[in-house]
Design a protein around this ligand. Structure first.
Ligand code: SF4
Length: 334
């Protein structure tokens, strides 16, 4: 176990400051996510480098559509989660513990693997990266020294200090899942969803790249009221240029409601576009046109994607070749 870098002591207890759960952990116990343990009044990262998967994947699958398009990232995950989403697509790792005797993968090994694979970057995904915090600091720092970008697919519930440390270590791409809104019922009722927008804003202010994901879960966050709240906060906190992916949910884990109807996703996309959000995508539906990047001003198709790969692009530097409108993009198109 590695000593945790972000906690405070309160008597014999340790308060983990990695995420906004801020678990107060008594000696010999773990926090909610099962990865940080109080040993003798100090906090240790028990999950440091204990990985459940390592796989090279297209950046578009995260989804990132405006960040190093068509690149691949060596993607890795740990175990556990700080949220308990009943529809979790990865419950086999998010709601489980590592096998007994699991050994950590050193950051050097991960970075070497990415370089050998010719991946352009690294991505903490599949389960919530807050579970790997101290490991991420080491992996991203080493990766950025070797020319690899650092990204996370996250529920965005980090503390502000944790965000600062991640960016300081070299992470600069955040795909953030906004799970709900104040009126959503039936799950995640203790989560303050505004903190997710606060963090996304902070990442932008610190020079990072953000793409938001709104998984429209039937019977949870799929009311028009909820959609309008999410889209209004998106615009208020992140502005019109930050992309949003409005994605279809499928039944998983123990949430058995039917998949999101396409008509609802299209309705929410219309609301977002009318509000002025410039890049609105619909995912998980199998209609590639809904994943094209179009110029927000003249409507020209600028980037086309099929099966999470870029199949066509036409840009004049960072502008639309037809009308000259500036297009938000981080990194080059591979
Ligand atoms: S990272 Fe885990 S232990 Fe730390 S505050 Fe969040 S849920 Fe609790």
């Amino acid at each position: 176990m590695v000593k945790a870098s972000l906690y405070k002591k309160t008597g014999e207890d340790a308060v983990c400051l990695v995420c906004e759960r801020t678990c107060r952990i008594s000696p010999n116990l773990y926090g909610v996510c099962g990865n940080y343990r109080n040993v003798g009044g100090e906090l240790f990262h028990a999950g440091y480098g204990i990985l459940s998967a390592i796989e090279s994947r297209p950046i578009e699958i995260k989804p990132f559509f405006h960040y190093w398009p068509n690149s691949t990232a060596l993607t890795f995950s740990g175990y556990g989660c700080n949220f308990y989403c009943p529809w979790c697509q990865n419950s086999h790792i998010s709601f489980s513990k590592p096998p007994i005797g699991a050994k950590p993968t050193p950051p050097e090994t991960l970075v070497e693997m990415a370089l050998r694979n010719r991946d352009e970057g690294l991505c903490a995904s599949f389960n919530e990266p807050a579970t790997l915090f101290d490991y991420l600091l080491d992996v991203f720092e080493l990766g950025s020294k070797r020319g690899l970008y650092g990204t996370l697919v996250t529920n965005g519930y980090f503390t502000e200090r944790a965000i600062e440390m991640l960016i300081g270590a070299g992470a600069d791409g955040f795909s953030i899942d906004i799970k709900g809104c104040p009126s959503a019922r039936g799950a995640l009722t203790t989560i303050d969803h505004l903190k997710v927008f606060r963090n996304a804003r902070k990442i932008l202010d610190l020079g990072g790249h953000v793409e938001m994901v709104y998984l429209v879960v039937t019977g949870y966050n799929d009311s028009r009221e909820c959609a309008e709240w999410i889209l209004e906060k998106h615009l208020e906190y992140l502005g019109p240029e930050t992309p949003i992916h409005i994605n279809r949910y499928y039944p998983a884990n123990y949430w058995k409601e039917p998949p999101t109807p396409l008509s609802k996703l299209l309705e929410f996309r219309e609301i977002a576009l009318k509000m002025g959000i410039e890049y609105v995508y619909i995912g998980n539906v199998g209609y590639p046109d809904l994943e094209d990047t179009k110029c927000p001003k003249c409507g020209k198709t600028l980037i086309r994607r099929r099966s999470y790969r870029v199949t066509y692009y036409k840009l004049d530097g960072e502008s639309c070749p037809r009308c000259g409108y500036g297009i938000k993009l981080r990194g080059e198109i591979s």
